[in-house]
Design a protein around this ligand. Sequence first.
Ligand code: HSE
Length: 363
Amino acid sequence: MKVERDEAPNERSGVVSPLRGGVRSVRVAVFGFGGVGRELARLLAFRGGEIERRYGIRFLVVAVADSRGAAVKTEGFTGYELLKLVEAHRGGVSNTPWGRSGWSINEVYDEIVPDIHVEATPPDYSTGEPGLSHAFKAVRKGAHFVTANKAPLALKFWEIMEEASKNDVYVGYKATVMAGTPLVSMLRGLRGYSIRRVEGILNATTNYILSLMEDKLVDLSDAVRIAVNDGVAEPDPRLDLEGWDAAAKIVIIANTLGIRLGLSDVNREPLNASLKDVISAARRGFRLKYLAVLEGDGGGAWVGPGEVPRESFLGMARGVLNAVRIDVGVNVISLSGKGGGVEVTAHALLSDMLEAVRGWLPP
Ligand code: HSE
């Protein structure tokens, strides 16, 4: 779908731009129906009407797919039907009345090519799959690609961008870094600035764990257990504790700023802090944080534990908060906010879906 401001009425839906008093229908397929995919479906079920009134865009979810199959309705699921899909057990969308057992991306795309492909499958940083194949399939088929899965962009940022550019489609990834806090939009606003240094706390899980260690005086393994119990850490938090998540995020930040960097270029040290380290830092007026750092001018990137002054901007970001500080020479810009959780991530996806059709929104 090529979106142009002064385009004739949408051939598919027969409606006109809200700028000329009409509503546009936009077909959306959601791949990956775990916490984030479901939260997006719920958000569209409850807020779809409001989005339509405010922006003149009617998002029609035409397919949702999980690891076992898909549910497809070419005219779009109603809000009620979306909520029925959300109620299906994990891996169970193909058991619903619209279900197609064993369907993967190819069968869905043979049936219907969406205007927007939403990727909410889990990341795999060794193969990138299934997100990587999904990204190429979507953009080659002319669908805008909006992703919460970091792996495709952490592994093949420029290949995906080049393919998207060739096919004139948008790639939205606000949900991948500091989801729900518009860091990616801000980075795009820094094009042309020189980048001296980016330093941040980009992983909510390790920040929560380190905050627990300091507040409750528990060791790392107990803090991990509490974080899993509190629903902040994944049952298997290795991607966070080993630094893969933070490394993927600093790679995405670097490439967004035009600094070409791959995942294997990031110096990655796992979270290996002891309670003694945390207490020793506190006694000296510091806090131990899991940091992600990008040095400008080819200085490289690293992620790992590091001390920051307790009262500094990064020192004050606690619990599930993320924070980033960008030194652009003529200015230092700081941003903090929630960095994870299904609600903020689903909102970031929705924001990118609107960005994908920005040609239909007021300038
Ligand atoms: N596991 C990630 C984190 C989720 O803890 O930050 C958000 O990307």
